[in-house]
Design a protein around this ligand. Structure first.
Ligand code: XBP
Ligand code: MG
Length: 235
């Protein structure tokens, strides 16, 4: 039987409800500041979440949701908007902390204290992931924080998970992933990783057929529970 040696956490939607309380709001603040009439409401944002990555999401919106004539400087416009949005996001986290989801901090500290290796694999920009951690439990528990453009292809491609496993010199069979979305699940399972899903309002209707287990949250889930689940998901 493979031993559980490492847990790899997604960030947005898994550690905290950052899509709901942070990213969407920051995108809209950036559009407004840049005098764009775009407004992403909750329903539209749910659709846009199909594409991971802030820059990629803006491009998807322009391609599929509005009639937009591309300016000659689109290559600069999208990164510019994304960087304005990230400033708003980081300010928002400084001014009103988005709490970690129930059970997250307890599980991470317990796993860390008991020698389980921990990592982050996110499509968010590194500064955004750090802003969340710095404003909540800190980042020292994680051996690696793999984020954003560090790999060529974002989730649902497996690249970010392959990156973490390689850097930590781990075998996929010894790792467990905690994700919240179908795109994240695809990324992790394509990297050969067992994945537990904790759903949220944006992802509750996603297809999680390939998940090892689907939970509402990590509340009251101990490391011992996870170890048992890792060996036998039916327990
Ligand atoms: C979720 C994402 C991110 C955020 C926005 O990442 O897709 O793009 O919505 O963050 P994950 P950025 O679930 O993998 O943590 O604007 O920094 O990309
Ligand atoms: Mg996520």
């Amino acid at each position: 039987m493979a031993e559980l040696k490492a847990i790899i956490f997604d960030v947005d939607g898994t550690l905290a409800e950052t899509e709901k309380y942070g990213h969407r709001i920051a995108f809209n603040q950036a559009f407004k500041q840049e005098n764009l009439s775009w407004e992403w409401d909750v329903n539209l944002y749910g659709k846009l979440l199909k594409i991971a990555g802030g820059k990629e999401r803006i491009k998807y919106y322009l391609d599929e949701f509005i009639d937009f004539t591309y300016p000659h400087n689109l290559d600069q416009l999208i990164p510019h908007l994304h960087s304005v949005k990230n400033q708003f996001y980081q300010n928002l986290l400084l001014n009103a902390t988005i709490p970690l989801r129930p059970g997250v901090e307890n599980l991470i500290t317990e796993a860390h204290d008991k020698g389980i290796r921990l990592a982050i694999a996110t499509t968010s920009a590194l500064a955004n992931a750090m802003a969340l951690l710095d404003n909540t439990m800190g980042s020292s528990y994680f051996e690696i924080i793999a984020a954003g453009d560090i790999v060529e292809k974002k989730k649902p491609a497996p690249d970010i998970y392959n990156y973490v496993i390689e850097k930590m010199d781990l075998s996929p069979k010894n790792c467990l992933v905690i994700e919240d979305s179908e795109q994240g699940l695809k990324a992790a399972t394509s990297a050969g990783l067992k994945t537990i899903i904790t759903v949220n309002d944006y992802t509750k209707n996603d297809n999680f057929e390939e998940a090892f287990l689907v939970l509402n949250s990590l509340e009251n889930i101990s490391l011992e529970d996870l170890k048992k689940i890792f060996l036998n998901p039916k327990m």
